[in-house]
Ligand binder design. Structure first.
Ligand code: NAP
Ligand code: MG
Length: 494
């Protein structure tokens, strides 16, 4: 049965949420008793009072995680047993698809079709993938002289904290929680204030799947309280953050001021997307580029927000962008036909639109959009033309549906504009010339390079950035390194 908008609205009206934290296997209020109200950007409806936790709650969660780690209730289970539990967890997530998808959409405004077919699906796959992987990775015996044996083994870090944003609330958490749990760590997760609900539900389902109490804790609350307490905690062994570059830099200070905990940072981007005249289907390139720029309301760390276009095809590209933008006019997030929903909240919508205003003042042309389509967090897909790479819209991450078009004269200028950014997360080039494709791929300083596509996605490849876009990689088997320590054990023979 295919659900209609009316079905989703009816389901939304009956869904209720609990906002207590989840510590040591139990739902608990903040020690202070304080809460904050969560409202939906979809229609302003009240969702839940969320526990406004602080340092004391973090202490409790870290202590629970440490107890669980030390007694080995999860860490010392055979990898095949952890696999069985994680695969069961993935199945449980799939069985709760509609509830989780609705939670995500109500909490942060993305279209229900995306929540069901992308977010929940990817979250379940990720837990299953790391579960299935973990009993297939071997440790090493080093090629030492024959009078000794040296074992190189991996051990879990111990207590791992994850601090995540609101754009893919469950998925960004899962990219950390899944490999962390698979490798035997205990986890304390802090979701973003705007999107705490799906993380809490996920941790409840984890218990149901058989992940022992204390192994997966969720502490809700403000970044400068909960996130800071985790960052400064002396008993957290690793902190894995996804969010802005500004806050990522603060986490490096926390680590230095405390126990030098291991850091993983997945930060912002201002990704360049180069369309060259040597590509056979300019309209296709422009259509795909618009789709990727407006996907998830532009609230994407990999959003191809700088479209660098060879001048000879500029007019054709812009014409297609304007046409495509029409298909992304914000709609009811609970309608399965909607391609673009609400931004995360009204304040963020205001911030996004202030960038458009700045662009106008700096002399760029607002070719379409640049305004709310209705009160609240609904912002029209926006194309800004005539952008120079030194304008604020080209330098700063907007995290909304704003696409800047920068015209260039040829490949040299395209590469130099692409690299002229403090960020280095994703990038793309559209060309049918093999040499050009390889050259751009080598010369662009970014963790991801797409050739003749954008947002190709698979768990099998590493994800993360160069430069100020971060440190380390999520996804793929490489992520297992982040959540483990290498230990060398020498054994003298004879
Ligand atoms: P953000 O403001 O950096 O917040 C991210 C998380 O950090 C939230 O949980 C936040 O808590 C917490 N936080 C804020 N200030 C803190 C502090 N002083 N100390 C400790 N924790 C603190 O980012 P956002 O606005 O939620 O998300 C958008 C950003 O995430 C963008 O820059 C985007 O590019 C980035 N992102 C990157 C990736 C990637 O993989 N590279 C993926 C998705 C998003 P609150 O709940 O209080 O806000
Ligand atoms: Mg919310």
């Amino acid at each position: 049965m295919t659900a209609t908008a009316a079905d989703w609205h009816a389901a939304a009206d009956t869904l209720t949420f609990r906002g207590e934290a989840l510590i040591d296997g139990r739902r608990v209020p903040a020690v202070s008793g304080e809460t904050f109200a969560s409202h939906s950007p979809v229609d302003g409806r009240f969702l839940a009072d969320i526990a406004a936790c602080g340092a004391e709650d973090v202490d409790r969660a870290v202590a629970a995680a440490r107890r669980a780690f030390t007694d080995g209730r999860w860490a010392r289970r055979a990898p095949a047993e952890r696999k069985a539990v994680l695969v069961r967890f993935a199945e449980l997530i799939r069985a709760h698809r509609d509830e989780l998808a609705l939670t995500e959409t109500l909490d942060m405004g993305k279209p229900i079709s995306d929540s069901t077919s992308i977010d929940v699906r990817a979250v379940a796959n990720c837990f299953a993938w790391y579960g299935e992987a973990i009993d297939k990775v071997y440790d090493e015996v080093a090629p030492t002289p024959s009078d000794s044996v040296a074992l190189v083994t991996r051990e879990p870090l111990g207590v791992v904290a994850a601090v995540v944003p609101w754009n893919f609330p469950m998925l960004m958490a899962t990219w950390k929680v899944a490999p962390a749990l698979a490798t035997g760590n205990s986890v304390v997760l802090k979701p973003a204030e705007q999107s705490s609900l799906s993380a809490l539900r996920l941790a409840e389902l984890a218990l149901e799947a058989g992940i022992p109490e204390g192994v997966f804790n969720v502490v809700t609350g403000a970044g400068p309280e909960v996130g800071r307490a985790l960052g400064l905690h002396m008993d957290v062994d690793g902190l894995f953050f996804t969010g802005s570059t500004r806050v990522g830099k603060i986490f490096t200070e926390y680590a230095g001021q405390s126990n030098l905990k291991r850091l993983g940072l997945e930060l912002g981007g201002k990704s360049p997307n180069i369309i060259l005249s040597s590509y056979r289907d300019i309209a296709h390139a422009a259509r795909t580029s618009a789709g990727s720029a407006f996907f998830n309301q532009g609230e994407m760390c990999t959003c191809p927000s700088r479209l660098i276009v060879e001048r000879s095809v500029h007019d054709q590209v812009v014409e297609v962008l304007l046409e495509e933008a029409k298909g992304f006019q914000p709609g009811d997030p609970l309608d399965p036909a909607t391609r673009m929903g609400a931004l995360v909240d009204d304040a963020h919508a205001g911030k996004v639109l202030s960038y458009v205003e700045t662009a106008r003042e700096e002399g760029a042309i607002i070719a379409t959009g640049g305004a709310r389509t209705r009160p609240g967090a609904y912002v029209a897909p926006t194309v800004v033309d005539g952008v120079r790479n030194d304008m604020r819209v080209a330098r700063e991450e907007i995290f909304g549906p704003v696409l800047s078009v920068i015209a260039v004269d040829g490949l040299e200028e395209a590469i130099s504009v692409a690299n002229d950014s403090p960020y280095g997360l994703a990038s793309a080039v559209w060309t049918d010339d093999l040499t050009t494709a390889h050259r751009v791929s080598r010369e662009i300083r970014a963790g991801l390079v797409y050739v003749n596509c954008y947002d190709c996605d698979d768990l099998t490849v590493p994800f993360g950035g160069f430069k100020e876009s971060g440190i380390g990689r999520d996804k793929s088997l490489h992520a297992l390194d982040k959540f483990t320590e290498l230990k060398t054990t020498w054994i003298r023979l004879g």
